[in-house]
Design a protein around this ligand. Structure first.
Ligand code: UDX
Ligand code: ADP
Length: 476
């Protein structure tokens, strides 16, 4: 008999769980979707009347929340209760890189996955399909299966209620900032598993809005590995183009022309060739580290060295940019004021995880600069938190309180600054009023455009010195 899903529970109301469940609820009005989280503040924010205060900023998300919340989409802290009533449970908890112990610095910390699996083992009833959604190292499904089968729960209860579990892998390919579009119109949906009936149940959910030809089914491990590999390939393209940006700066070619020229080759394609300050986000670095860890585990050291280079170029690009700022400002930025425009790891998100801005700000602070930071969507407390974490981790020795000002307006950030550094490609930075800006800055003033989005000609015409990633900055 075909399994009809009526009640979904998603553990983890974060950047993946929140938007994914919102879209499932919208496309499947016949399914009740309960998103649960142990974080009380997060759930309170998801239930906020004022939709401007949702915990996640994603274009298109507010509209769906308005439409579905309280109808078939619910956010709560009642983890156990919602596990009990679910036919299908998505695990969307965080899986950061381990800080201590075996695999520290490379392997993912699965403690939140494990805690979720134990809760499911204890509270689920009847036949339950468990879907791993979080980005996971390969073979995590195996860990989840083990916990579900052998967890320390009352086995008699287990038998009388005939609990049974199947585990599927359904990796998320959504990209922050375009999450809703990516979910509504995915390039593909990947489902890995070894139980036909459960796979069919999940396929049926997606068939409510995704064309059958886009739904790929594989075994569990191929699905998990595909997710890591997709992110590693995307990150590799960015490191490749960033490595060539440095060559362009030294030789007089223009990285944007090179990217257009190579991207016109259908075999290469034009996406993910934008040179910038280095990739950030919660996935790329973590997934490559997982890949490196797995390769080393299987003795594939040449393969791991290959992927290590992708991360090294990324770190080098960030460092290279901080050094350029210092060199251009006569070798010292001590006591100088620098306006940092953009702190999110890319535009259209309020997420700062692994943002290049964190490392670049750290370098500039250590060189003694005073930073005025402005980002249109990242909260003041998030920026403070990211920079204070550097201090608590002893990654920085400078008094952040007296050197960093977080500004609500661009003008506030720019006033009396010696330099502007654009780190996130927010739309508003493409249309800055250079006449007004030049009148507010100290002379000689500098603009460092790490995203190639500013009108450099205009800025120059008002006497501002400019530097842009991937061009001969001496000649132009
Ligand atoms: C990524 C993957 O794209 C997505 O499929 C996966 O599910 C999660 O990880 P995300 O981290 O949201 O998504 O952002 P993405 O758009 O991939 O950008 C990652 C980083 O690369 C950003 O810092 C971005 O600025 C940078 N980037 C991207 C570039 O520097 N150049 C580009 O051409 C593209
Ligand atoms: P992602 O980008 O993968 O969605 P986030 O950090 O944004 O990651 O979200 C993960 C969410 O999972 C967090 O809100 C966190 O509180 C939640 N979480 C972690 N462990 C558990 C758990 N055992 N039960 C419920 N929620 C959890």
């Amino acid at each position: 008999m075909e399994c009809q899903i009526k009640n979904i529970c998603c553990i983890g109301a974060g950047y993946v769980g929140g938007p994914t469940m919102a879209v499932i609820a919208q496309k499947c009005p016949h399914i009740q979707v309960n998103v649960v989280d142990i974080n009380r503040e997060r759930i309170r924010n998801w239930n906020e009347k004022d939709l401007e205060r949702l915990p996640i900023y994603e274009p298109g998300l507010k509209k769906i929340i308005e439409e579905c919340r309280g109808e078939n989409l619910h956010f709560s802290n009642e983890v156990e209760k919602n596990i009990e009533t679910a036919d299908m449970i998505f695990i969307s908890v965080n899986t950061p890189t381990k800080k201590k112990g075996i695999g520290a610095g490379q392997a993912s910390d699965l403690k939140w996955i494990e805690a979720s699996a134990r809760k499911i083992a204890e509270y689920a009833n009847g036949k339950t399909i468990v879907v791993e959604k979080s980005t996971l190292p390969v073979k995590t499904a195996e860990v989840i299966k083990n916990i579900l089968e052998f967890s320390n729960v009352d086995q008699t209860k287990y038998k009388t209620q005939s609990k049974s579990f199947t585990v599927l892998s359904n990796p998320e390919f959504l990209s922050e900032g375009t999450a809703i579009k990516d979910l509504e119109n995915p390039d593909r949906v990947l489902i890995g598993g070894d139980n036909e009936e459960s796979i069919k149940a999940l396929v049926n959910i997606y068939l409510n809005w995704v064309d059958e030809t886009k739904i790929l089914t594989t075994d569990l491990w191929s699905s998990e590995l595909s997710k890591l590999t997709a992110n590693a390939f995307l990150a590799q393209r960015i490191s490749s183009i960033n490595s060539i940006s440095a060559l362009c700066e030294s030789t007089g070619a223009d990285i944007n022309d090179v990217a257009t020229a190579i991207g016109a080759d259908k075999r290469i394609g034009s996406h993910f060739l934008q040179s910038g300050p280095g990739f950030g986000g919660s996935c790329f670095k973590k997934d490559i580290l997982n890949l490196i860890y797995i390769c080393n585990h299987y003795g594939l050291n040449h393969v791991s060295s290959y992927w290590i280079q992708v991360l090294e170029i990324n770190n080098w690009q960030k460092k290279r940019i901080s050094n350029i700022v210092v060199n251009k400002l006569f070798g010292t930025i001590s006591g100088k004021k620098i306006a940092v425009l953009g702190f999110a790891f890319k535009a259209n998100t309020n997420d700062t995880r692994e943002s290049a801005a964190i490392d670049i700000c750290k370098d500039l602070i250590e060189e003694g600069a005073n930073l005025n930071i402005y980002d249109p969507k990242v909260s003041l407390s998030q920026i403070e938190n990211d920079l204070f974490t550097l201090k608590t981790n002893n990654q920085i020795n400078y008094p952040i309180e007296s050197t960093v000002t977080i500004c609500k307006l661009i003008i506030e950030a720019i006033k009396d600054s010696d330099a502007i550094i654009v780190l996130t490609e927010w739309e508003e930075f493409k249309h800055l009023n250079w006449e007004e800006i030049s009148s507010l800055m100290r002379k000689p003033s500098w603009l460092f455009d790490t995203r190639s989005i500013c009108d450099l000609k205009k800025a120059k015409s008002y006497g501002i010195n400019v530097w842009r990633v991937g061009m001969d900055n001496e000649k132009n």
